[in-house]
Unconditional design. Structure first.
Length: 399
């Protein structure tokens, strides 16, 4: 056991100073840092939720848009049908009107024929009357009176020729009348067909108009859906922007906390604290190594101090290593701003964990003699972008 009584004394003093047991070493700074990290995680989760919601909305949008396009095409097609139907109806009505006119013409001709037939009948009756009653003598009297059969035959032929002519005229007029009646019947049938067609077209137009209204209603429903989707998109995009802004703010805060700006002196030079009090036993640079006696580059400064002496963070930053590192023994590395880091080796005890945020001057470990070490001391390094530099560039070593 390397732990000596005075070391234990220092350890107890140390624990007394920082007021925490070594197992409960989280600090308020770390707590708030972790809280912020959690907040960041929540903002990022909300962000990805908003993103996936936006993806869903975009899918919905393209679906509704496609439906709208289809409905618009349907409406255009129905409109075309309606225009065609309207034309058909107009044509049918026009034809119907023409046929009505023709029917009227036919009936007026029919009336004419009736009149003609009436005139012929009157003439015929007149002639018959003349035949039978000419001069107040009836036909029999006339026949008997003549006495001359040839004279009688002549008279009869004359009358019958006149009668035949009347009959022929009558028949001719009657034929015309029948033909006209047939024509009228044909026109009437045509008229009936046309009015049936008109009715059919009107019904078709009504049902097509109904269909148009239904499609229009479906379209206006889709329009409403689209408006809703667009509104949701706008609100989600706004929410997304807010989450992104929050995440960016927290990220900046965390970065600032992780590597806080380093304190500077009046000339603007970065200044760090001396990590532990004690005598400087070895400087930065070439030297004969105390253990293997070989000329080696010493990458830090050695400060001898009794085991258990507190080691303090030379500047605020984030612990990136806290554990055993071969010849360095128990070691802490803190990352600072400006690509700087500090290293504390050969510790007896570590009081921080990786990821912890430490303030400048915060006790992070206790001096020890672990690793390749010839006695209790702190091996302290400052590195810029991983390259060891003389700690005296940043620290004014006093005692
Ligand atoms: Zn050293």
């Amino acid at each position: 056991m390397k732990v000596r009584w005075f070391s234990l004394y220092f350890l107890l003093v140390l624990v007394g100073i920082i007021g925490l047991s070594p197992l409960q070493q989280t600090t308020a700074a770390t707590d708030s840092f972790q809280a912020k990290e959690k907040e960041l995680q929540q903002a990022q989760e909300a962000q990805s939720r908003a993103e996936s919601l936006l993806q869903d909305l975009a899918q919905d949008e393209s679906k509704v848009m496609a439906e709208l396009r289809q409905l618009e095409e349907k409406l255009a097609a129905i409109h075309k049908q309606l225009v065609a139907l309207e034309q058909d109806l107009q044509r049918t009505e026009q034809t119907s009107t023409e046929i009505k006119k023709n029917i009227e013409i036919a009936s007026s001709r029919q009336a004419q024929r009736e009149k003609e037939l009436g005139a012929i009948m009157i003439r015929y009756n007149e002639r018959l009357r003349q035949i039978y009653m000419s001069g107040g003598i009836d036909l029999l009297d006339l026949l008997l009176e003549t006495g001359d059969p040839s004279e009688l035959a002549l008279r009869l032929r004359l009358f019958s020729a006149l009668l035949e002519q009347d009959v022929a005229l009558y028949n001719e007029a009657l034929e015309k009348k029948v033909a006209l009646e047939e024509e009228q019947g044909r026109l009437q049938r045509q008229q009936t067909r046309l009015s049936q067609e008109e009715k059919r077209l009107a019904v078709l137009r009504q049902s097509t108009e109904q269909h148009y209204r239904e499609v229009e209603q479906a379209k206006s429903q889709r329009d409403g859906q689209l408006a809703q989707i667009l509104a949701q998109q706008a609100s989600q995009e706004q929410a997304l922007a807010e989450y992104q802004e929050t995440a960016a703010k927290i990220t900046a805060w965390l970065a600032q906390r992780r590597t806080p700006p380093l304190p500077t002196d009046q000339t603007g030079k970065v200044r760090m604290l001396q990590p532990t009090s004690g005598k400087i036993t070895d400087e930065f640079g070439w030297r004969i190594h105390p253990i293997d006696q070989v000329n080696r580059f010493h990458e830090g400064i050695d400060i001898a101090a009794p085991e258990g002496t507190p080691i303090k963070a030379a500047a605020g930053g984030r612990v990136v290593l806290a554990g055993w590192v071969g010849g360095y023994g128990y070691t802490v590395i803190i990352e600072h701003a400006d690509n700087l880091s500090t290293l504390y080796a050969h510790a007896f005890l570590l009081l921080v964990q990786v990821g912890e945020i430490v303030n400048s001057g915060q006790t992070i470990a206790a001096v020890g003699n672990t690793g390749l070490s010839t006695g209790p001391h702190l091996h302290f390094e400052v590195r810029r972008s991983g390259q060891a530099i003389n700690p005296r560039e940043y620290v004014n070593f006093g005692a």
